[in-house]
Design a protein around this ligand. Sequence first.
Ligand code: MN
Length: 502
Amino acid sequence: MASIKELLLKTPTGMSKDDETLIRRAYDFSCKAHEGQKRYSEEPYFNHAFETAKILAEIGMSPTVISAGLLHDVIEDTDVTAEMLQEEFGTEISFLVDGVTKLGTLRFRGLTRHAESLRKLFVSSSKDIRVIIIKLADRLHNMRTLEYVPEHKQERIARETLEIYAPLSYRLGIRKLTKELEDLAFLYVYPKEAEKTKEFLHQKQKDNEDQLEKVYKLLKKKLAENGLRNAKTEFRTKGLYSLHKKLVRKDMNIESVHDLAALRVIVPTVEDCYKVLGIIHGTWRPLPGRVKDYIAFEKPNGYQSIHTDIFTGSGSTVEIQIRTEEMHQEAEYGVANHFAYKSDSKKGNNSNLLWLLQLLPRSFSREKKSSENWEKDIPEWVKKLNEYQEEEFGAEFLDNIKNDFVKHRIFVFTPKGEVVDLPIDSTPVDFAYTIHSDIGDKVSGAKVNGKMSSLSTTLKNGDRVEIVTNKNTKPNRKWLDFVKTTLAKKHIRASVESERRS
Ligand code: MN
């Protein structure tokens, strides 16, 4: 049952009476708006809104985001308008719900080829990172109930999840959501591989379970003996899809996967972490060369923990991860952690995507000049990305970062609704050359959003661009003054040059 009590139990501690009232009001409003609507599963539609809000509460989101989660489908699926929401719940919530609704209208076609562009489009269309987080929670519940959706739709939805949503969640560092999104989608997109990976996992787990249990018990005992009574100990199993990817990389050899199951110790302070490492190495023999101190040397994405593999004494090995509660929150919730509800601070108010733009070293320095204020809102790990040197982390890593998120790019549409990815301040001429060099060479006019516009018009995100060609036109030298893409410059110069020669 979707009771308000169940939802309130999941909300972060320290909420005020007003916060609770807000969530109750959103609950009642959504429940009434969706009245009579049903899901494919025959459940009341409201359950979906409720479960979405519950996921948001579980990852520690603020009352505002939880309420927006409850209301996320009312604009799209009921008579409620954005104006009504604004009147009832204020600008922030109506802005978030409106953002989620608009994202829902994006069409993800030709997935594999355009996945990267589509992910960028997705991010740049959201305007506020909380919109993406709500959309991820929405998608997670849709994936949990995918079995009820007509079969011909299942694969498309699952593929979209695997190629757009899960990678976004991963890049945002929200491991908690990523794992479940990936594993649910995996079953529908690659059913055979999923089955095989499950078998691998079960086989290996059977071998390991007893030893894991033994290590777990002894570890708890040793921690208690050494006065670490505040230590939390837990199991962590590798996700099915992530195991599949690793197996593919390791030629399907399960023996070379060392982190299938791991034990995790969470303690209050960094000092405790090293104390725990000492206790572990004093009890079991560690595998040489497998100790990784990501506390002293954190990973580029900000991940912090100590990892060590130990011999269990019966031939097998177990990975143990040691971290503080704070590092754990960061590792599980990533970016979401920066917008998490903290009753004692105003953190999370500035959730603009601008700090994501600063992922690029060049844009970083540019933005810094224009607005010093943004800098303080950038999470530490994002700032650090700019400091890493290419030699240190490899070109591939940097490329990934450069390709991620928005950069200074815009996304415009062809009349058929295809997405074209261009540098900021691009013009219809750049657009034409990006489509095809013949179209660029013959461009005589352009319609932007249905209106005739000059060829030097600066295009904006979301513009629909239609090119008018004329077989007698030739590229004009003056175009060089306003085009932004190297491609357009190259073609215009070549054409002007050959014209001059003849
Ligand atoms: Mn929904």
